[in-house]
Design a protein around this ligand. Structure first.
Ligand SMILES: *Cc1c(COP(=O)(O)O)cnc(C)c1O
Length: 393
C-alpha cells in the first residue's frame, strides 16, 4: 500500500492494484485457486504459522491475490486495519453477530437495521439463548438498554428505508465506556460517503453488492476492522468456511474504480429528484439526508462527505395504496426490484411499520423508496411526472 495519503478519489484509482509488483497489467489478474503449492515442508509450515496474522497465499478458502487487493483497497478507504470478504452483505452482518454473541449474552441492534437481520435474530439468537434488544434509530435509549452482559452494539447509519442518522461519536463513547465493541452497517456510505471507523466504530460492514460493484451483477459482503477488533474477528471466516470468489472480487474491483464519479452523479440527480418530489401535492415527506428538511441533516453534514441515490417518500394520508401501486407501475424508467447501488433507477413500495419495533409508523401514508440511477435526471423527473398524473386513475 502506498504511504502517501491520497484523497478517496485518488485512492480508488491507485490502490488495490498490486502496488508491490514492478511489472503488471493495470487490473489485478483473477487468481483462481484451491490448492496452493509450496517449495518444501519448511515453507509450508512457515506459511501456516504466519497466515492468521499476515496476508499470505495458503489455501483458496483464505483468499487469493485478487481478493487481497480488494480487501486492501477498502481497508485504506475506511481507515481500517484489515478487511475480509464474505459471499453476501447479509453473511457479513450475521457473521459479525455470531462472532460476538455468545450463549447467555446480550446484544443491542439499531431498530433501523437492514430488515433480514431481524428474522436471523429471531430464529438463531433466540434458539441459542442469546438476548437482544432494539435501540431507537437515533440511539437515544442506548445507555438504558445496556446490560452487564451486552457483547455488541450493531447499528446502521443512516438507517435502512428512512435514513435516520445516529450521532456515532456519542454512541461509540457510551458503548466503549462499557467495553462493548461497535459495528456499523456502512452500506449506505459504501466506504466513500461515510467512514465509521474514523468516527469511533470498531467494525464497518458493507454490502459491496450495492455501490462498490455498481452494476447489479455480483453479490459480495465485506467487514473492515480496526486493529483491536481484527484480533477478535479475523478467525470467524475460516472457522465457518466463508470465502468469496476471486471472479466476484474482480468484478467489484472493476466497479469500484468509478465509485467517486458514480456517487457524485447519484447524489446530484437524487438531490434534484428529491427537491422536485418536495413540490408534489401528493407527497407528505421526502426522506433524503442531504435535504435541510431532514431531521438529522446536521449530523449528515458533519459526518458524511456525500449522500447517495436513495430517496424515500411518504405519501399524504389521503393517497391510497392502490394509487401508490399505480404510481410505481406507471413508471417506465424505474424498475421494480430488490437492492440498489447499480447504475439503474428503481422504485419499490416499502412498509417501515413492518420492520420497526421502537417507533410506531402505523397510520402513515404509503411509502415509496426510489433509487435514482445514472440516467438523465430530467428524463427521470418527466417519467415520474407522467406516473403521478396517471396515479388518480
Ligand atoms: C443490501 C443490504 C445488505 C445485504 O447485502 P446483500 O449483499 O444483498 O446480502 C446489508 N445491509 C444493507 C444496509 C443493505 O442495504
Amino acid at each position: 500500500m502506498s504511504t502517501q495519503k491520497n484523497t478517496p478519489r485518488t485512492t480508488l484509482i491507485h490502490s488495490g492494484r498490486g502496488e508491490d509488483k514492478p511489472v503488471k497489467p493495470v487490473n489485478p489478474p483473477i487468481m483462481r485457486a484451491s490448492t496452493v503449492l509450496f517449495e518444501n515442508h519448511a515453507s509450508w509450515i512457515d506459511t501456516r504459522m504466519r497466515r492468521s496474522s499476515e496476508r499470505l497465499l495458503s489455501y483458496g478458502a483464505r483468499g487469493t491475490d485478487t481478493t487481497f487487493e480488494l480487501e486492501n483497497l477498502v481497508t485504506e478507504l475506511e481507515g481500517g486495519y484489515r478487511a475480509q470478504l464474505f459471499p453476501t452483505g447479509l453473511a457479513a452482518l450475521t457473521l459479525v453477530i455470531l462472532n460476538y454473541a455468545r450463549t447467555g449474552g446480550h446484544i443491542l441492534i439499531a431498530d433501523c437495521i437492514y430488515q433480514p437481520v431481524k428474522p436471523f435474530c429471531d430464529v438463531y439468537l433466540r434458539e441459542n439463548d442469546i438476548q437482544y434488544d432494539f435501540i431507537k434509530p437515533d440511539g437515544s435509549d442506548l445507555e438504558e438498554k445496556i446490560r452487564p452482559n451486552t457483547q455488541l452494539l450493531l447499528c446502521e447509519i443512516p438507517g435502512s428505508l428512512l435514513y435516520e442518522l445516529a450521532d456515532l461519536p456519542k454512541l461509540a463513547g457510551v458503548a466503549h465506556a462499557h467495553n462493548i465493541p461497535v459495528a456499523i452497517d456502512n452500506t449506505y456510505g459504501s466506504s466513500y460517503c461515510f467512514t465509521p471507523l474514523k468516527f469511533g466504530a470498531d467494525i464497518s460492514i458493507v454490502a459491496a453488492t450495492k455501490y462498490l460493484s455498481g452494476h447489479s451483477d455480483v453479490m459480495l459482503g465485506m467487514v473492515i476492522c480496526n486493529e483491536k477488533e481484527w484480533a477478535n474477528f479475523s478467525a470467524i471466516g475460516s472457522t465457518f468456511g466463508m470465502t468469496a470468489s476471486p471472479d466476484d472480487a474482480s468484478l467489484v474491483l472493476r466497479g469500484i474504480r468509478t465509485l467517486d464519479v458514480r456517487m457524485q452523479a447519484h447524489q446530484e440527480s437524487a438531490l434534484a429528484f428529491a427537491a422536485w418530489l418536495l413540490q408534489r401535492s401528493e407527497v407528505a415527506t421526502v426522506y433524503y439526508p442531504a435535504l435541510e428538511s431532514h431531521p438529522n441533516h446536521a449530523i449528515w453534514k458533519r459526518d458524511f462527505s456525500a449522500a447517495n441515490g436513495l430517496v424515500t417518500i411518504e405519501m399524504k394520508p389521503e393517497i391510497s395504496m392502490e394509487e401508490t401501486i399505480r404510481l410505481v407501475d406507471g413508471l417506465q424508467l424505474f424498475g421494480i426490484g430488490a437492492s440498489w447501488g447499480g447504475y439503474e433507477s428503481l422504485a419499490v413500495i416499502i412498509n417501515p411499520q413492518a420492520s420497526r419495533e421502537t417507533i410506531d409508523w402505523s397510520g402513515r401514508g404509503p411509502f415509496v423508496r426510489f433509487h435514482v440511477g445514472l440516467e438523465d435526471v430530467d428524463d427521470l423527473i418527466n417519467d415520474a411526472e407522467a406516473a403521478f398524473s396517471k396515479m388518480a386513475g
